[in-house]
Ligand binder design. Sequence first.
Ligand code: PLP
Length: 387
Amino acid sequence: MLATRMDRLGTETAFVILARAKALEAQGRDIVHLEIGEPDFDTPSNIIAKAVEALQNGETHYGPAAGKPEVRQTFADFIAKDRGIDVGPDNIVITPGGKPIMYFLMTALVNAGDEVIYPNPGFPIYESVINFLGAKAVPLKLAEEKDFSFDIEDLKKLVSDKTKLLIINSPQNPTGGVLSASDLDAIAELAVKHDFYVMSDEIYSKIIYEGSHDSISTRPGMLERTIILDGHSKTYAMTGWRLGYGVMPKEIADAVAKLQTNCNSCTASFTQLAGAEALTGPQTEAEAMVAEFKVRRDLLVEGLNAIDGITCKMPKGAFYVFPNVTGLGKTSSELEGILLDTYGVAALSGTAFGAFGEGYLRFSYANSQEMIKKALDRVAEMAKALR
Ligand SMILES: Cc1ncc(COP(=O)(O)O)c(C=O)c1O
């Protein structure tokens, strides 16, 4: 019999749909994969070369829980310059992927009964961990009519004296939305006034198509209450390497490192060194990926908007579109099933990202233009059959 807390733990449906799609492929079906949030490119060659060199140099041992000192220094220098904030190596904890930062950070900060406000639709692990810890998950609805941002007045209504943490994510998964500078100003004012922390998930900060990334950590009074989540999975096509990090006040970093000691000891040493190379080496391959994502985004958005029953906003960042499919007369979850089983397109129901995702599907455009065109033909065929 499992512990009762397991009833409160959610999951990430992308992996469930991926497994179903793979099972269909094993039966000989032709499936287009637009379900998983992982670049289809190879890791840039300079990063691979650095990892090989590190392995050959014996970087195969345990290291400090928070990360190798010189790599923490490199990550801190990068963040200080990139975000324009005053941070050093003591503020950095390196983890196997960005995801452990969510789990460790919330475990370190949130008591049972505390309230955590999180974006909905949003990355499903936020809600899962909040519930798992026995805290109250307070959804902040992201609205299509606000370009998948929210009204600051709505956020104000959700803040109470029990609010411990607010989670924001920009550019956002699953909507591709980007928070404006004025939204960030208003959120920061609220955080300072009501004395809560902000976990700012900035893992898509380099995958942005208009302007440049803006971090809430730069706002007055925010450095001591912001935890930035970042990592290499998306920007450098390093999902399988497992490399991420958090940037946070030292006392929180110490607690997060202690949790890491209790859980996975440290992040692989050679992976960390390759990660330092990623940040300091040439950015040409990473930039070329973003340029290609932009072409695919335009192709997919235009194609979806040409289909009767579907409307799709132009996302400003990340590599997802979140079209409104209410015109097709089925629930999001029904459409996810029909698309995969009958038309061979793996996509995710908007509800995989929370209750406010009903009426939407999420397509990842981390797949080739050829595959996106094939998927569009199939979605159009489905829409025709349903209408
Ligand atoms: C918003 C968001 N944050 C964090 C992550 C975690 O990434 P990682 O693979 O580095 O753990 C993801 C991955 O899909 C994501 O979409």
